[in-house]
Design a protein around this ligand. Structure first.
Ligand SMILES: Nc1ncnc2c1ncn2[C@@H]1O[C@H](COP(=O)(O)OP(=O)(O)O)[C@@H](O)[C@H]1O
Ligand SMILES: [Mg+2]
Length: 576
């Protein structure tokens, strides 16, 4: 009912005081009434003895004489006096003139007691006087003398006593409420402060402490609570620091990492994990299968949880990335606590492995083929030495193949030199000049193919940049050469240069056959050609764009390619 401790205390004390006052009130009232009545009774006993004595002295026998005497005595004693025969008939009554008309009094309580034990009394309510009356009866030899006295004196003194007790009680109650309120406030204040502190602490206000503490038990409790709070805060800080350390460490790892607990909820994960599995929502405290949408991975996690054994496997994702996944169960006391998932992106490694194996087979193929062809020609010549025309023809073809092989070997050497050498000095080179030289060198081919080449360089701009002459020549020669080789008849080539704030942008745009979308990412690989036959007839080695890519990388430039059915554009961005 009452929530506050102080209210409870006040309520208990006030109830106690009210109860005590009531008990005192009732006990004292009854006690006083009883004492008063017994005092009146004693007086009445003396009075009856006196009356008896008087009656005997006078030797009264007749009712008239009784009446006369008791009227006189009644006036003196201020009591009602009744004389009753032993059979209950009233002989005389000081208040009633004709006693013979009165009821038989034999069964009145005080009369019957007096007949039995010499004296008796009773208290009855008098309808005539509307008040309690005390009746006292004493048995004389032939009759019973009964005295009656109204109790209004007793009642009035009792009433004044009651009002006194009531007033005193009220004063006591009010004073005690005040005192108890003050005491309970004094007592409950530190308890309230302690409670407020505890509530604030649970809400996360860890800096608050209890300031107002005494040296009693509550003070000791408050002191201990403050110390406890200090310890909790220190431990919490340490815990947060440890967590931050763990979080930072996990985030700094490029591998995807996640920890699943025994209830299959993800409790820790890093950004790489989300990125690798293309997860857009937050993972923490969700069940792993709610967020990981890869069936194979989920079934492997399920198996690992069941079998409690480490497993690793490769997983190809829809976006072509290949992940190496390691699932390590974490155990404590032989029960499974969770599973650590590590995702390692091996797409690049796989790609390099593929390129390497392709390269080995490509190099051997590219080098072997011309030799086999030349051998074939030489064997045919050997068998047909007399046929001069055929011999001349085959010798010329063998020379072509040896030239081709020579070109391949030269490009391989050039590429490995660019790849391995670090001493490509930077000079001031003029890209406009380099482009013009390349066009000059390639002009017989341009004319032969009927291609229109336009170089658009704003006259007022300078295209002198810091770079390496040899590498820049390789880049633009190969790009313009390709634009010629893979162009359509009577096609066009537009070469442009643009000076921007902190960089220069060069474009080689052709109106050629274009590059299929699936091949765009591969054209910079060694020996990769979209169409082998076309590349070979145009004298390509399949190494041109690899040389371009490395030459660009060495100078920290950038190259990009866009291609469609209307042609291809290579864009080179250089520094100034
Ligand atoms: N401008 C271009 N238009 C269309 N295809 C091109 C272009 N440039 C390069 N390619 C494609 O890229 C392949 C690789 O080019 P490159 O390394 O120079 O070797 P190649 O010796 O075959 O020219 C070519 O075989 C060709 O299929
Ligand atoms: Mg080429």
């Amino acid at each position: 009912m009452f929530k506050k401790l102080s209210t409870k205390l006040i309520f208990a004390y006030v109830s106690l005081i009210i109860c005590l006052t009531l008990i005192v009130f009732l006990l004292l009232g009854t006690l006083l009434r009883d004492t008063h009545i017994s005092m009146i009774r004693e007086t009445m006993a003396k009075d009856t003895s006196l009356i008896e004595l008087k009656m005997k002295e006078l030797g009264i026998k007749t009712p008239a004489r009784f009446k006369k005497e008791i009227d006189l005595l009644s006036r003196i004693m201020k009591l009602r006096i009744t004389i009753i025969k032993n059979n209950g008939l009233v002989i005389a009554d000081s208040e009633v003139d004709d006693a013979s008309r009165m009821d038989n009094h034999l069964y009145r309580k005080e009369i019957s007691s007096a007949l039995e034990d010499k004296s008796g009394y009773s208290i009855r309510y008098s309808n005539t006087l509307k008040i309690d009356m005390l009746y006292y009866a004493h048995k004389s030899s032939d009759y019973v003398i009964r005295l009656a006295q109204p109790l209004y004196e007793v009642e009035s003194s009792l009433n004044s006593l009651k009002s006194l007790i009531l007033n005193v009680s009220l004063i006591v109650i009010i004073t005690s409420i005040l005192i108890i309120t003050l005491i309970s406030i004094k007592f409950t204040r530190p308890i309230n402060e302690t409670m407020e502190f505890a509530l604030d602490f649970t809400k996360g206000n860890y800096n608050k402490r209890i300031l107002n503490y005494s040296e009693d038990e509550i003070g000791i409790l408050q002191n201990s609570l403050n110390k406890m709070a200090d310890t909790i805060v220190a431990t919490l800080k340490e815990h947060i620091f440890e967590q931050e350390k763990l979080k930072t460490t996990i985030e700094s790892i490029s591998d995807g990492i996640a920890l699943i607990d025994g209830n299959k909820s993800i409790i820790i994960s890093n950004n790489s994990f989300l990125e690798m599995l293309s997860i857009k929502t937050t993972l923490e405290n969700k069940q792993y299968f709610e967020v990981i949408r890869n069936r194979k991975l989920n079934s492997m996690i399920e198996q690992s949880l069941k079998k409690i054994e480490k497993s690793s496997f490769e997983l190809q994702l829809q976006n072509e990335r290949i992940l190496e996944i390691i699932l390590s169960p974490i155990q404590s006391n032989k029960s499974l606590q969770g599973i650590l998932i590590v995702l390692h992106d091996i797409s690049e490694r796989k790609k390099i492995e593929q390129i390497k194996s392709d390269l080995v087979s490509n190099v051997s193929h590219e080098l072997k083929t011309p030799i086999a062809i030349v051998k074939g020609y030489l064997e045919t010549i050997d068998e047909n030495l007399d046929n001069r025309e055929m011999t001349r023809e085959f010798i010329s073809r063998a020379i072509d193949n040896i030239d081709r092989q020579n070109a391949i070997i030269e490009d391989i050497i050039k590429l490995s030199m660019i790849e391995s050498s670090t001493d490509f000095q930077n000079q001031i080179i003029d890209i406009r000049n380099i482009v013009e030289n390349c066009i000059e060198i390639l002009s017989p081919k341009i004319q032969q193919k009927g291609i229109t080449v336009k170089a658009k360089f704003k006259k007022s701009d300078s295209f002198s940049i810091s770079g390496n002459q040899f590498l820049a020549e390789e880049i633009f020669f190969n790009l313009i050469d390709n634009a010629l080789n893979y162009n359509k008849e009577n096609g066009t080539i537009n070469i442009s240069g643009e000076v921007l704030e902190d960089k220069m942008v060069f474009k080689v745009k052709d109106s050629g056959i274009g590059i299929p979308e699936e091949s765009i990412d591969r054209i910079f690989e060694r020996f990769y050609r979209v169409n082998k036959g076309r590349s070979r007839t145009s004298g390509g080695t399949g190494l041109g764009l690899s040389i371009v890519k490395h030459a660009v990388m060495v100078q920290q430039w950038n190259i990009s390619v866009k291609s469609g059915c209307s042609g291809t554009t290579f864009t080179i961005i250089t520094g100034k």
